[in-house]
Design a binder for this molecule. Sequence first.
Ligand code: UD1
Length: 416
Amino acid sequence: MLSYIIEGGNKLEGEVNSSGSKNASLPILAATILSGKTSTLYNVPNIQDTQTMLRILKLLGCKISKKNGKVNIDSRDIKIQEIPDELMRKMRSSVILAGAIIGRQKNATFSYPGGCDIGTRPIDLHLKGFEQLGIKIEESGGSIRCHCDKITGNDIHLDFPSVGATENIILAAVLAEGDTIITNAAMEPEIVDLQNFLNKMGAKISGAGTNIIKITGVKNLKDVSYTVMPDRIEIGTLLCMSAITGGEIIVNNVKIEHIRPIIHKLEETGSKVIIEKNKIQLIGTKKLKATDIKTMPYPGFPTDMQSVFVSMLSTAKGTSMVVENIFENRYKYVNELTRMGAKIKIEGKVAIVKGVRKLVGAEVNATDLRGGAAMCTAAIAAKGISKIKNIEYILRGYENLDKKLTKLGANIKIQK
Ligand code: UD1
């Protein structure tokens, strides 16, 4: 078990580069299976989740080489269609491989993702979508087998704009016969990145970024090289971490349009945000102001930023009201934050955050990936030393967080 030891109180100041997006890399890595050719990817973050995904791809038969931030995946010799249970448990989002494996092999077996650290994560919308493409689904003993002779395009309406279901259906439909149209599709930027990657590989997809996506099935795909988009959640996290210290930072390699909902809320709390072409500067305020937040599918405020924002708001002047609309169990970290002096009351999906003057260092747990980032945010601003345990969660999704924070002036160490 690894921990961060953070001595709070330093302003976060300076310049830092964003990493590649975790949530774009995972479906794109899965998509490399479809081509049976070579994919060269740049800007894939070196984090636990992408390492797990690469391990699964290797087990399935892909040849992988990594050098200086460049990942080469040769998917010619895929033999296995089963995602190992142990790896499936390690990373629930490995379910995204199902669409790619079925798309390529017409046969995929994986275990049920079940509940997880931020609430139950059903995959009913993924499976319903597969069925509408002519894929048969057999469930037994926690294992799901999807198979078919051919995949046939269809009109699919999602009851909820699920990111994972939208991506999985796209992946299954790329090599299908005919057209697939997904309505009420998720509009997240990571889906646009997946579309751009697949189109560069020879797929025919349009509409990603809107709620109607059209996929015209193609017979073959080709070699591709592609650069993954910047991680909008990492960028938002770094901005909040600087804002809570009243610091001043510049983050480079930013797609501004992806983080507008975050910028808007940062401005409401009193921070000044200056936007340049692909960089963003935050000039912190002496005293943050309370604001209200509702998490929503994109372009609403992202659920993945909720915990980090609450952490920041816990020292703002006034009372903030936060509504979590996407995942029901995303307030687990609040108990830990309370140990550091935060005053937060939870009523179902609502959190009432009463700003305190100062947080104090404490020994706390990272309860999940984004909850862990929230604890770091609090610890950086708190008086005294904090120990954040179980940082394996944080390492799943943030590349070199300790190094980036050290560069910005934080006092942070990893303890074994
Ligand atoms: C993705 C992101 C995650 C982010 C989330 C919402 C990745 C790897 N993860 O997760 O970081 O927090 O989008 O922006 O990209 N749902 C169903 N049935 C389904 C699928 C989802 O009811 O079949 C529900 C979920 O329980 C949840 C909501 O839909 O309440 C949103 O989930 P979804 O958009 O699918 O999130 P993920 O793709 O799992």
